[in-house]
Design a protein around this ligand. Structure first.
Ligand code: SAM
Length: 342
């Protein structure tokens, strides 16, 4: 696993360059970027690229890097013009599988030079974190990035002239046809339509991608064609993969249960060990719209929370409350009130 750590991000000045550090990390093979200072609009920009272009690259901002480095088990690479030449150590580094690659912005704290297993220079001339990271990842992966295939909602066809782009997102009508074809009952289809209506209403007061929300909501219960058990999210994701659906839709289906199922709970439930928690805004909206629809009627979240507390599902009830509050905050009003509006 390659994780990039971006230090010294200044929200007001580094909007473009940190976005580019993240895009380079994604395009050239890293799995995740951590950014020291909290920046939700940066998170959304990257999420939206991942949603459209595919893959499962992740971003986390507001990261306490000292704590993270303390727990990190792999090697630490710091890119700096004061370090050893890349060519001298790259073969040795290539033997390592888990790397934390640190790039700075203005001045990197002195202790990073000591914490790093390798301080590496990409020439000893000053240039930029974007170029340094791109060259490091290219040399580490030896051009492997060129063979990587993405499963986005848009696909670019290489062309000598002009722009050729294929849109792979099904229409709403196609989604309903797909649900019927895979064997969903009319009840399930009606439920999916209601969840679409609620999800689009929530999405309307956010900057979420409305097409992704609509398709995700319509297909979220596709797995009910095989089972109505807790595993219908995972089964649904399998069906979506077989149908060559974009990654963003597969993730919405897989992470839509309740307010998400964290890895430890998934293990207890006998599900394949994985974190099934909705991460992007679109995933959260569909998961929560489903929480707010019972028997094709819109309910108040308090009813569901009370029900879960009575059943002893305290952690789940808390996750529901947190998700409801987070989306209400983004919408600028309580979702219970929003959904009563005509
Ligand atoms: N004086 C700073 C330093 O400590 O390297 C330069 C700041 S530079 C604008 C921002 C970042 O770009 C650095 O923290 C480093 O990660 C990267 N960088 C710039 N030039 C580099 C080089 N020649 N080799 C490796 N990394 C470089």
């Amino acid at each position: 696993m390659i994780i990039v750590l971006r230090l010294g991000h200044r929200i007001d000045r580094d909007k473009r360059i940190t976005t580019h550090v993240a895009l380079v990390a994604r395009a050239f093979g890293a799995e995740k970027i951590l950014v020291d200072n909290e920046d939700h609009s940066l998170e959304r920009r990257i999420e939206s690229i991942v949603n459209r272009f595919g893959g499962d690259f992740e971003i986390e901002t507001g990261v306490n890097w000292k704590k993270f480095i303390k727990k990190w088990k792999g090697k630490i690479i710091h890119l700096t013009m004061y370090g050893l030449p890349l060519s001298r150590v790259i073969d040795e580094i290539r033997k390592e599988k888990d790397l934390l690659v640190i790039v700075g912005s203005e001045k990197v704290p002195r202790e990073i030079y000591n914490l790093a297993d390798y301080n590496i220079s990409i020439s000893n001339q000053p240039h930029s974190e974007v170029s340094a990271l791109a060259i490091f990842l290219d040399r580490y992966f030896q051009g492997e990035w060129e063979r990587k295939r993405y499963n986005g909602i848009i696909e670019i066809k290489p062309s000598r002239k002009g722009k050729e782009v294929i849109d792979k997102l099904p229409t709403a009508e196609e989604c309903i046809d797909i649900l019927r074809k895979v064997g969903c009952s009319e009840n399930v289809i009606e439920h999916c339509k209601k969840v679409r209506e609620v999800a689009l209403k929530i999405a309307s007061c956010t900057d979420a991608d409305k097409r992704i929300v609509e398709v995700g909501a319509l297909l979220h219960d596709i797995g009910r064609s095989r089972t109505h058990g807790i595993e219908h999210g995972i089964e649904g994701a399998k069906i979506a993969r077989e149908l060559n659906m974009p990654d963003v839709i597969i993730r919405i289906i897989e992470n839509h249960l309740g307010a998400g199922i964290p890895r430890e709970e998934a293990e207890k439930l006998g599900l394949p060990p994985k974190n099934y928690v909705p991460k992007t805004l679109e995933e959260k909206i569909v998961a929560h719209a489903d929480n707010l629809v019972d028997d094709n009627q819109v309910i108040e979240i308090e009813d569901e929370i009370r029900k879960q507390i009575e059943k002893g599902n305290i952690d789940y009830a808390e996750r529901l409350r947190k998700l409801h509050d987070e989306l209400s905050r983004i919408c600028g009003k309580d979702l219970n009130d929003l959904l009563k509006e005509k």
